[in-house]
Design a binder for this molecule. Structure first.
Ligand code: NDP
Length: 390
Protein backbone atom coordinates (compact mmCIF):
# COMPACT_ATOMS: atom_id res chain seq x y z
CA UNK A 1 0.00 0.00 0.00
CA UNK A 2 1.81 3.13 -1.14
CA UNK A 3 -0.85 5.84 -0.83
CA UNK A 4 -2.56 6.68 2.41
CA UNK A 5 -6.13 5.37 2.67
CA UNK A 6 -8.64 8.17 3.03
CA UNK A 7 -11.14 7.27 5.73
CA UNK A 8 -14.65 8.55 6.48
CA UNK A 9 -15.72 7.80 10.04
CA UNK A 10 -19.49 7.82 10.55
CA UNK A 11 -20.05 8.07 14.29
CA UNK A 12 -16.58 9.42 15.10
CA UNK A 13 -17.60 10.52 18.62
CA UNK A 14 -18.64 7.01 19.72
CA UNK A 15 -16.71 4.15 21.24
CA UNK A 16 -15.72 2.64 17.87
CA UNK A 17 -15.20 6.08 16.26
CA UNK A 18 -12.80 7.32 18.93
CA UNK A 19 -10.83 4.06 18.91
CA UNK A 20 -10.61 4.24 15.11
CA UNK A 21 -9.09 7.71 15.47
CA UNK A 22 -6.50 6.27 17.88
CA UNK A 23 -5.60 3.67 15.23
CA UNK A 24 -5.33 6.37 12.57
CA UNK A 25 -3.24 8.61 14.84
CA UNK A 26 -0.81 5.75 15.47
CA UNK A 27 -0.44 5.12 11.71
CA UNK A 28 -0.10 8.51 9.99
CA UNK A 29 1.76 6.93 7.08
CA UNK A 30 -1.18 4.58 6.34
CA UNK A 31 -4.37 6.53 6.95
CA UNK A 32 -5.75 10.03 6.69
CA UNK A 33 -9.14 11.26 7.94
CA UNK A 34 -11.34 12.61 5.16
CA UNK A 35 -14.75 12.87 6.86
CA UNK A 36 -16.01 12.83 10.45
CA UNK A 37 -19.68 12.68 11.48
CA UNK A 38 -21.45 12.86 14.84
CA UNK A 39 -25.00 13.09 16.06
CA UNK A 40 -25.12 15.59 18.93
CA UNK A 41 -21.69 15.64 20.56
CA UNK A 42 -20.57 18.87 18.89
CA UNK A 43 -17.71 19.60 21.29
CA UNK A 44 -15.96 16.30 20.68
CA UNK A 45 -16.55 16.55 16.92
CA UNK A 46 -14.95 20.02 16.90
CA UNK A 47 -11.98 18.79 18.94
CA UNK A 48 -11.50 15.83 16.57
CA UNK A 49 -11.81 18.09 13.52
CA UNK A 50 -9.13 20.46 14.81
CA UNK A 51 -6.80 17.56 15.58
CA UNK A 52 -7.31 15.50 12.40
CA UNK A 53 -8.12 18.26 9.91
CA UNK A 54 -10.59 16.33 7.72
CA UNK A 55 -11.97 17.68 4.45
CA UNK A 56 -15.55 17.63 5.81
CA UNK A 57 -17.49 17.18 9.05
CA UNK A 58 -21.22 16.58 9.49
CA UNK A 59 -23.25 17.10 12.63
CA UNK A 60 -26.51 15.17 12.26
CA UNK A 61 -28.30 17.31 14.86
CA UNK A 62 -29.09 20.39 12.77
CA UNK A 63 -29.58 22.63 15.80
CA UNK A 64 -25.82 22.39 16.45
CA UNK A 65 -24.78 23.48 12.94
CA UNK A 66 -24.01 27.15 13.75
CA UNK A 67 -22.04 26.17 16.83
CA UNK A 68 -19.82 23.75 14.88
CA UNK A 69 -19.51 26.10 11.91
CA UNK A 70 -18.35 29.00 14.09
CA UNK A 71 -15.91 26.86 16.06
CA UNK A 72 -14.29 25.67 12.82
CA UNK A 73 -14.42 28.94 10.87
CA UNK A 74 -10.64 29.38 10.99
CA UNK A 75 -10.04 25.84 9.73
CA UNK A 76 -10.15 24.74 6.13
CA UNK A 77 -12.95 22.25 6.85
CA UNK A 78 -16.39 22.04 5.26
CA UNK A 79 -19.26 21.77 7.74
CA UNK A 80 -22.68 20.29 7.00
CA UNK A 81 -25.65 19.27 9.13
CA UNK A 82 -28.48 16.74 9.06
CA UNK A 83 -28.87 13.05 8.34
CA UNK A 84 -29.24 13.61 4.60
CA UNK A 85 -25.83 15.29 4.59
CA UNK A 86 -24.28 12.22 6.27
CA UNK A 87 -25.64 10.07 3.43
CA UNK A 88 -24.37 12.54 0.82
CA UNK A 89 -20.82 13.07 2.05
CA UNK A 90 -20.05 9.34 2.04
CA UNK A 91 -20.22 9.53 -1.74
CA UNK A 92 -17.29 11.98 -1.97
CA UNK A 93 -14.87 10.96 -4.70
CA UNK A 94 -11.85 11.20 -2.40
CA UNK A 95 -13.01 8.62 0.19
CA UNK A 96 -11.50 5.11 0.02
CA UNK A 97 -13.04 3.44 3.07
CA UNK A 98 -16.16 4.28 5.06
CA UNK A 99 -16.14 3.12 8.68
CA UNK A 100 -19.85 2.63 9.47
CA UNK A 101 -19.88 3.19 13.24
CA UNK A 102 -23.20 4.91 13.85
CA UNK A 103 -25.25 2.96 16.37
CA UNK A 104 -28.54 1.31 15.41
CA UNK A 105 -30.97 1.65 12.52
CA UNK A 106 -29.79 5.26 12.12
CA UNK A 107 -26.69 3.89 10.34
CA UNK A 108 -28.58 2.06 7.59
CA UNK A 109 -29.19 4.86 5.07
CA UNK A 110 -25.62 6.22 5.05
CA UNK A 111 -24.13 2.73 4.74
CA UNK A 112 -26.36 1.95 1.76
CA UNK A 113 -25.44 5.29 0.22
CA UNK A 114 -21.71 4.53 0.61
CA UNK A 115 -22.14 1.08 -0.94
CA UNK A 116 -23.99 2.57 -3.92
CA UNK A 117 -21.03 4.93 -4.41
CA UNK A 118 -18.70 1.93 -4.50
CA UNK A 119 -16.88 2.71 -1.23
CA UNK A 120 -15.24 -0.11 0.68
CA UNK A 121 -17.01 -0.53 4.01
CA UNK A 122 -15.52 -1.27 7.42
CA UNK A 123 -18.73 -2.37 9.11
CA UNK A 124 -19.25 -1.86 12.83
CA UNK A 125 -22.94 -1.03 12.53
CA UNK A 126 -24.27 -4.61 12.73
CA UNK A 127 -27.87 -3.36 12.76
CA UNK A 128 -27.49 -2.56 9.03
CA UNK A 129 -27.20 -6.27 8.23
CA UNK A 130 -29.79 -7.29 10.81
CA UNK A 131 -32.41 -4.95 9.37
CA UNK A 132 -31.73 -5.36 5.66
CA UNK A 133 -29.06 -8.03 5.21
CA UNK A 134 -30.36 -9.39 1.92
CA UNK A 135 -30.67 -5.98 0.30
CA UNK A 136 -27.34 -4.68 1.64
CA UNK A 137 -25.30 -7.74 0.63
CA UNK A 138 -26.94 -7.75 -2.81
CA UNK A 139 -26.06 -4.05 -3.27
CA UNK A 140 -22.50 -4.75 -2.14
CA UNK A 141 -22.20 -7.49 -4.75
CA UNK A 142 -23.61 -5.29 -7.53
CA UNK A 143 -21.21 -2.46 -6.67
CA UNK A 144 -18.15 -4.68 -6.10
CA UNK A 145 -17.94 -3.46 -2.53
CA UNK A 146 -16.32 -5.49 0.25
CA UNK A 147 -17.84 -5.41 3.71
CA UNK A 148 -14.93 -5.75 6.15
CA UNK A 149 -16.28 -6.76 9.56
CA UNK A 150 -15.30 -4.70 12.59
CA UNK A 151 -17.24 -6.69 15.17
CA UNK A 152 -14.54 -8.75 16.92
CA UNK A 153 -16.34 -12.08 16.38
CA UNK A 154 -16.88 -11.47 12.67
CA UNK A 155 -13.38 -10.15 12.26
CA UNK A 156 -12.22 -13.42 13.85
CA UNK A 157 -14.24 -15.48 11.35
CA UNK A 158 -12.97 -13.29 8.50
CA UNK A 159 -9.35 -13.75 9.65
CA UNK A 160 -9.85 -17.54 9.92
CA UNK A 161 -11.24 -17.61 6.38
CA UNK A 162 -8.32 -15.76 4.83
CA UNK A 163 -6.76 -18.19 2.36
CA UNK A 164 -9.73 -20.56 2.77
CA UNK A 165 -12.39 -18.86 0.63
CA UNK A 166 -12.75 -21.89 -1.65
CA UNK A 167 -13.18 -24.33 1.27
CA UNK A 168 -16.73 -25.03 2.47
CA UNK A 169 -17.57 -23.99 6.03
CA UNK A 170 -19.35 -26.66 8.06
CA UNK A 171 -20.26 -24.26 10.83
CA UNK A 172 -19.08 -21.30 12.83
CA UNK A 173 -19.05 -20.73 16.58
CA UNK A 174 -19.54 -17.16 17.68
CA UNK A 175 -18.15 -16.72 21.17
CA UNK A 176 -20.05 -14.70 23.79
CA UNK A 177 -18.68 -13.43 27.07
CA UNK A 178 -22.10 -14.03 28.66
CA UNK A 179 -22.10 -10.43 29.92
CA UNK A 180 -22.33 -9.24 33.53
CA UNK A 181 -25.28 -11.52 34.39
CA UNK A 182 -23.92 -14.86 33.20
CA UNK A 183 -25.21 -17.64 35.46
CA UNK A 184 -27.93 -15.47 37.03
CA UNK A 185 -31.59 -16.52 37.13
CA UNK A 186 -34.78 -14.64 36.30
CA UNK A 187 -35.42 -13.79 39.93
CA UNK A 188 -32.10 -11.97 40.11
CA UNK A 189 -32.65 -10.25 36.77
CA UNK A 190 -36.07 -8.92 37.80
CA UNK A 191 -34.60 -6.28 40.05
CA UNK A 192 -31.32 -5.32 38.38
CA UNK A 193 -30.66 -1.66 37.61
CA UNK A 194 -29.20 -0.09 34.47
CA UNK A 195 -25.96 0.76 36.32
CA UNK A 196 -25.33 -2.98 36.78
CA UNK A 197 -26.16 -3.76 33.16
CA UNK A 198 -23.86 -1.00 31.94
CA UNK A 199 -20.82 -2.69 33.55
CA UNK A 200 -19.47 -5.16 31.00
CA UNK A 201 -16.81 -7.51 32.38
CA UNK A 202 -14.45 -7.43 29.34
CA UNK A 203 -15.35 -4.66 26.88
CA UNK A 204 -15.90 -0.90 27.09
CA UNK A 205 -18.54 0.06 24.55
CA UNK A 206 -21.40 2.47 23.87
CA UNK A 207 -24.50 2.21 26.08
CA UNK A 208 -26.77 0.44 23.57
CA UNK A 209 -24.41 -2.41 22.73
CA UNK A 210 -23.49 -2.80 26.42
CA UNK A 211 -27.14 -3.39 27.34
CA UNK A 212 -27.49 -5.69 24.30
CA UNK A 213 -24.49 -7.66 25.58
CA UNK A 214 -26.03 -8.03 29.04
CA UNK A 215 -29.33 -9.27 27.55
CA UNK A 216 -27.63 -11.50 24.90
CA UNK A 217 -29.46 -9.54 22.18
CA UNK A 218 -26.04 -8.47 20.95
CA UNK A 219 -25.17 -12.10 20.26
CA UNK A 220 -28.52 -12.56 18.53
CA UNK A 221 -27.83 -9.56 16.29
CA UNK A 222 -24.36 -10.98 15.59
CA UNK A 223 -25.79 -14.34 14.55
CA UNK A 224 -27.93 -12.58 11.93
CA UNK A 225 -24.97 -10.39 10.91
CA UNK A 226 -22.85 -13.53 10.41
CA UNK A 227 -25.51 -15.17 8.25
CA UNK A 228 -25.31 -12.32 5.76
CA UNK A 229 -21.58 -11.58 5.94
CA UNK A 230 -20.54 -15.17 5.34
CA UNK A 231 -23.53 -16.50 3.36
CA UNK A 232 -24.44 -19.15 5.97
CA UNK A 233 -27.60 -21.08 6.76
CA UNK A 234 -29.05 -20.49 10.26
CA UNK A 235 -28.17 -24.05 11.35
CA UNK A 236 -24.50 -23.38 10.54
CA UNK A 237 -24.23 -20.69 13.22
CA UNK A 238 -23.75 -21.62 16.85
CA UNK A 239 -23.09 -19.54 19.94
CA UNK A 240 -20.76 -20.65 22.70
CA UNK A 241 -20.24 -18.75 25.94
CA UNK A 242 -16.56 -18.08 26.64
CA UNK A 243 -16.31 -15.72 29.62
CA UNK A 244 -12.64 -14.77 29.13
CA UNK A 245 -13.24 -13.23 25.62
CA UNK A 246 -9.87 -14.47 24.35
CA UNK A 247 -11.08 -16.80 21.58
CA UNK A 248 -12.99 -14.32 19.43
CA UNK A 249 -14.73 -16.94 17.26
CA UNK A 250 -14.16 -20.23 15.48
CA UNK A 251 -14.67 -21.68 11.99
CA UNK A 252 -15.18 -25.41 11.56
CA UNK A 253 -14.43 -26.67 8.06
CA UNK A 254 -15.95 -29.72 6.39
CA UNK A 255 -12.96 -31.91 7.26
CA UNK A 256 -13.70 -31.27 10.95
CA UNK A 257 -10.73 -28.95 11.41
CA UNK A 258 -11.37 -25.84 13.51
CA UNK A 259 -9.61 -22.49 13.24
CA UNK A 260 -9.93 -19.88 15.97
CA UNK A 261 -8.66 -16.33 16.19
CA UNK A 262 -7.43 -15.25 19.62
CA UNK A 263 -6.17 -12.15 21.36
CA UNK A 264 -6.83 -9.83 24.25
CA UNK A 265 -10.22 -8.08 24.08
CA UNK A 266 -9.34 -4.77 22.40
CA UNK A 267 -11.52 -3.35 19.62
CA UNK A 268 -8.59 -1.45 18.14
CA UNK A 269 -7.29 -4.70 16.68
CA UNK A 270 -10.36 -5.58 14.55
CA UNK A 271 -10.80 -1.89 13.64
CA UNK A 272 -7.21 -1.73 12.41
CA UNK A 273 -7.52 -5.04 10.57
CA UNK A 274 -10.65 -3.83 8.75
CA UNK A 275 -9.09 -0.48 7.79
CA UNK A 276 -5.73 -1.91 6.70
CA UNK A 277 -6.90 -5.14 5.02
CA UNK A 278 -5.19 -7.02 3.43
CA UNK A 279 -2.18 -5.72 5.37
CA UNK A 280 -1.42 -6.48 9.00
CA UNK A 281 0.10 -3.42 10.60
CA UNK A 282 2.65 -3.60 13.41
CA UNK A 283 1.03 -2.44 16.67
CA UNK A 284 1.95 -1.88 20.29
CA UNK A 285 -1.36 -3.26 21.61
CA UNK A 286 -0.76 -5.33 24.79
CA UNK A 287 0.18 -8.96 24.05
CA UNK A 288 -1.56 -12.05 25.43
CA UNK A 289 0.17 -13.86 28.29
CA UNK A 290 -0.86 -17.53 28.67
CA UNK A 291 -0.05 -17.57 32.37
CA UNK A 292 -2.58 -14.82 33.10
CA UNK A 293 -5.21 -17.11 31.55
CA UNK A 294 -4.42 -20.65 32.71
CA UNK A 295 -7.96 -21.70 31.84
CA UNK A 296 -10.09 -20.84 28.85
CA UNK A 297 -13.61 -22.14 29.43
CA UNK A 298 -16.67 -22.73 27.25
CA UNK A 299 -20.30 -23.30 28.15
CA UNK A 300 -23.78 -23.35 26.65
CA UNK A 301 -25.78 -20.11 26.42
CA UNK A 302 -28.81 -19.96 28.72
CA UNK A 303 -31.54 -19.03 26.23
CA UNK A 304 -34.34 -19.79 28.72
CA UNK A 305 -33.26 -16.95 30.99
CA UNK A 306 -31.86 -14.73 28.23
CA UNK A 307 -34.70 -15.10 25.74
CA UNK A 308 -33.37 -12.48 23.33
CA UNK A 309 -30.94 -14.92 21.77
CA UNK A 310 -33.76 -17.39 21.06
CA UNK A 311 -35.92 -14.56 19.68
CA UNK A 312 -33.13 -13.53 17.32
CA UNK A 313 -32.80 -17.09 15.99
CA UNK A 314 -36.59 -17.16 15.56
CA UNK A 315 -36.52 -13.91 13.58
CA UNK A 316 -33.60 -15.11 11.46
CA UNK A 317 -35.35 -18.40 10.67
CA UNK A 318 -38.53 -16.55 9.70
CA UNK A 319 -36.59 -14.09 7.53
CA UNK A 320 -38.29 -11.29 5.55
CA UNK A 321 -38.90 -8.23 7.72
CA UNK A 322 -38.82 -10.20 11.03
CA UNK A 323 -35.19 -9.25 11.91
CA UNK A 324 -36.09 -5.61 11.15
CA UNK A 325 -38.95 -5.89 13.67
CA UNK A 326 -36.61 -7.53 16.19
CA UNK A 327 -34.11 -4.70 15.83
CA UNK A 328 -36.57 -1.81 16.04
CA UNK A 329 -38.40 -3.31 19.03
CA UNK A 330 -35.08 -3.89 20.75
CA UNK A 331 -33.89 -0.31 20.14
CA UNK A 332 -37.07 1.03 21.76
CA UNK A 333 -36.86 -1.50 24.61
CA UNK A 334 -33.20 -0.67 25.38
CA UNK A 335 -33.97 3.04 25.34
CA UNK A 336 -36.89 2.48 27.73
CA UNK A 337 -34.70 0.36 30.03
CA UNK A 338 -32.04 3.09 30.07
CA UNK A 339 -34.75 5.60 31.01
CA UNK A 340 -35.98 3.33 33.84
CA UNK A 341 -39.35 2.85 32.12
CA UNK A 342 -39.13 -0.95 31.99
CA UNK A 343 -37.23 -3.70 33.75
CA UNK A 344 -34.44 -5.83 32.30
CA UNK A 345 -36.61 -8.89 31.56
CA UNK A 346 -39.37 -6.81 29.99
CA UNK A 347 -37.08 -5.93 27.11
CA UNK A 348 -37.61 -9.45 25.71
CA UNK A 349 -41.39 -9.16 26.25
CA UNK A 350 -41.48 -6.02 24.08
CA UNK A 351 -39.49 -7.71 21.31
CA UNK A 352 -41.59 -10.89 21.41
CA UNK A 353 -44.83 -8.92 21.36
CA UNK A 354 -43.74 -6.86 18.37
CA UNK A 355 -42.66 -9.97 16.46
CA UNK A 356 -46.21 -11.27 16.91
CA UNK A 357 -48.00 -8.02 16.07
CA UNK A 358 -46.23 -6.65 12.99
CA UNK A 359 -47.37 -7.93 9.58
CA UNK A 360 -44.88 -10.30 7.99
CA UNK A 361 -43.37 -9.35 4.60
CA UNK A 362 -41.49 -12.17 2.91
CA UNK A 363 -39.50 -10.15 0.34
CA UNK A 364 -39.23 -6.60 1.69
CA UNK A 365 -38.09 -3.64 -0.37
CA UNK A 366 -36.12 -0.76 1.15
CA UNK A 367 -39.39 1.15 1.67
CA UNK A 368 -40.89 -1.89 3.40
CA UNK A 369 -37.98 -1.88 5.85
CA UNK A 370 -38.44 1.83 6.56
CA UNK A 371 -42.16 1.25 7.09
CA UNK A 372 -41.61 -1.83 9.26
CA UNK A 373 -39.10 0.04 11.42
CA UNK A 374 -41.50 2.95 11.89
CA UNK A 375 -44.54 0.79 12.71
CA UNK A 376 -42.59 -1.42 15.10
CA UNK A 377 -41.33 1.59 17.04
CA UNK A 378 -44.90 2.87 17.45
CA UNK A 379 -46.19 -0.53 18.62
CA UNK A 380 -43.22 -1.02 20.97
CA UNK A 381 -43.85 2.39 22.57
CA UNK A 382 -47.56 1.54 22.97
CA UNK A 383 -46.70 -1.78 24.65
CA UNK A 384 -44.38 0.03 27.08
CA UNK A 385 -46.91 2.81 27.82
CA UNK A 386 -49.78 0.35 28.37
CA UNK A 387 -47.59 -1.72 30.62
CA UNK A 388 -46.76 1.30 32.75
CA UNK A 389 -50.46 2.27 33.03
CA UNK A 390 -51.46 -1.18 34.37
P1 NDP B 1 -21.72 4.76 20.61
O1 NDP B 1 -23.05 4.97 21.19
O2 NDP B 1 -20.53 4.84 21.48
O3 NDP B 1 -21.48 5.78 19.38
C1 NDP B 1 -22.45 5.94 18.40
C2 NDP B 1 -22.02 6.96 17.37
O4 NDP B 1 -23.09 7.16 16.45
C3 NDP B 1 -21.73 8.35 17.98
O5 NDP B 1 -20.75 8.99 17.21
C4 NDP B 1 -23.07 9.06 17.83
O6 NDP B 1 -22.93 10.47 17.79
C5 NDP B 1 -23.50 8.54 16.47
N1 NDP B 1 -24.97 8.55 16.32
C6 NDP B 1 -25.89 8.09 17.18
N2 NDP B 1 -27.13 8.26 16.70
C7 NDP B 1 -26.99 8.86 15.49
C8 NDP B 1 -27.91 9.34 14.52
N3 NDP B 1 -29.25 9.24 14.70
N4 NDP B 1 -27.42 9.90 13.39
C9 NDP B 1 -26.09 10.03 13.20
N5 NDP B 1 -25.17 9.60 14.10
C10 NDP B 1 -25.61 9.03 15.23
O7 NDP B 1 -21.77 3.33 19.87
P2 NDP B 1 -20.59 2.29 19.65
O8 NDP B 1 -19.40 2.97 19.11
O9 NDP B 1 -20.46 1.44 20.85
O10 NDP B 1 -21.23 1.35 18.53
C11 NDP B 1 -21.34 1.76 17.18
C12 NDP B 1 -21.73 0.56 16.33
O11 NDP B 1 -20.66 -0.38 16.39
C13 NDP B 1 -22.97 -0.17 16.86
O12 NDP B 1 -23.71 -0.65 15.79
C14 NDP B 1 -22.39 -1.34 17.66
O13 NDP B 1 -23.24 -2.46 17.68
C15 NDP B 1 -21.13 -1.64 16.86
N6 NDP B 1 -20.07 -2.27 17.63
C16 NDP B 1 -19.52 -1.62 18.70
C17 NDP B 1 -18.52 -2.21 19.46
C18 NDP B 1 -17.87 -1.48 20.59
O14 NDP B 1 -16.90 -1.99 21.15
N7 NDP B 1 -18.31 -0.30 20.95
C19 NDP B 1 -18.06 -3.56 19.15
C20 NDP B 1 -18.67 -4.13 17.98
C21 NDP B 1 -19.64 -3.52 17.25
P3 NDP B 1 -22.95 11.36 19.18
O15 NDP B 1 -21.80 10.86 20.01
O16 NDP B 1 -22.73 12.72 18.68
O17 NDP B 1 -24.26 11.12 19.83
Amino acid sequence: MSEKKKIAILGSTGSIGTQALEVIKANPDKFVVEVLTANGNADLLIKQAIEFNPNTVVIADESKYQYVKEALQKEDIKVFAGNKAVSQVVQMESIDVVLAAIVGYAGLESTISAIKAGKQIALANKETLVVAGELVTQLAKENAVNLYPVDSEHSAIFQCLTGEWHNPIEKIYLTASGGPFRGKDKLFLQSIKKEQALKHPNWEMGAKITIDSASLMNKGLEVIEAKWLFGLKPEQIDVIVHPQSIVHSIVQFNDGSMKAQMGLPDMKLPIQYALAYPERIQSDFPRFNFFNYPQLTFEQADTKTFRNLALAYEAMNKGGNAPCVLNAANEIAVDAFLKDKIGFLQMSDVVENCLQKIDFIKKPTYDNYVDTDEKTRIIACEIIDNNNKN
